[in-house]
Unconditional design. Sequence first.
Lengths: 243, 124
Amino acid sequence: MPVTEQMNNSERLELARALVDQLEDGNEQEATRILSELASSKDRGLFQEVGRLTRELHDSIEGFLVDSRIPEMAEHEIPDAGKRLNYVISMTEQSANATLNAVEASLPLADELGARAGILARDWRCLQEREVSAEEFQSLSSELSGFLLMAGDYSGQLHGRLSEVLMAQDFQDLTGQVIRQVIALIQDLEEKLVQLVCISGFGGQEQKPDRTKLEGPVISGLDQGDVVDGQDDVDQLLSSLGF
Amino acid sequence: MKILVVDDFATMRRIIKNLLRDLGFTNTKEADDGNSGLPMLQAGNFDFLITDWNMPGMTGLDLLKAVRSDPKLSKLPVLMVTAESKRDQIIEAAQAGVNGYVVKPFTAGTLEEKINKIFERVEA
């Protein structure tokens, strides 16, 4: 409350003393006048405060109305955030499935390699201890060459499966980018909600999309402007530019 | 062949490094954005740069522009590997002098193909 507009303490004390004097003197009329003067000083401060609050409220409503972020958030960004989070779910699901598929395909290969190596190791020990016949040697020899071929083949397959697991980890980068965007939106929204505690309603002008804003991964069902449809599209575009 | 991989996500850097190793490129270094990558390039005889676009600090596009405007680095082959997929952005990267552009998510085959293509052109 602005002090200057109000009666200060010494003025009030002076009036109070005058009031006592007038009452002691039995001067009713003057006492009543002093009383109402004391009371009106309080009202004046209150009116000034209500006025100031009204002005502030008016200014914030005006400010809120011209903030074009609000309709943009309500119409596009919040529905978009839902789609972005769905993208996170589907990317993580794909990654989990790709990893599990590769692991499930790899385990039997590793098991079979181990089992056949075990049998061969036993037979090989017999050979070293010269406990094998000519026929047994023949069969061991063909088994060994079969195993060596299989080991080469399986290690190639295992390498391929492990590469699939490796590639399946790309979700972390892509979903991380998307989650960051949603977090930024939520922080923005929180700020606006704080303003909304006092005010409601919105309007304002349409906001033009920011062309320089980085969009992150293409998410189906989301309007992200003129985006390419996969690597082939990129290659086509670049070759049209002389690449 | 010394290669710098710039991406703000460590998992993506690891994926690219592993793919490069499979392709026979074992001498790779990492940076998490342009601000840390550019001084490494200026200091360290790199033969190839693979960079993301959207990174906090210095973006991949700004890094590309910085490389092209540095007389010592201007000829460095640059492959952009990014989720940014707008036509305008790809054109912008091409105009800034990128040698190849791979959109995420990508396959090991795509990365290999683009790298080979860039080297063929550089050697030609």
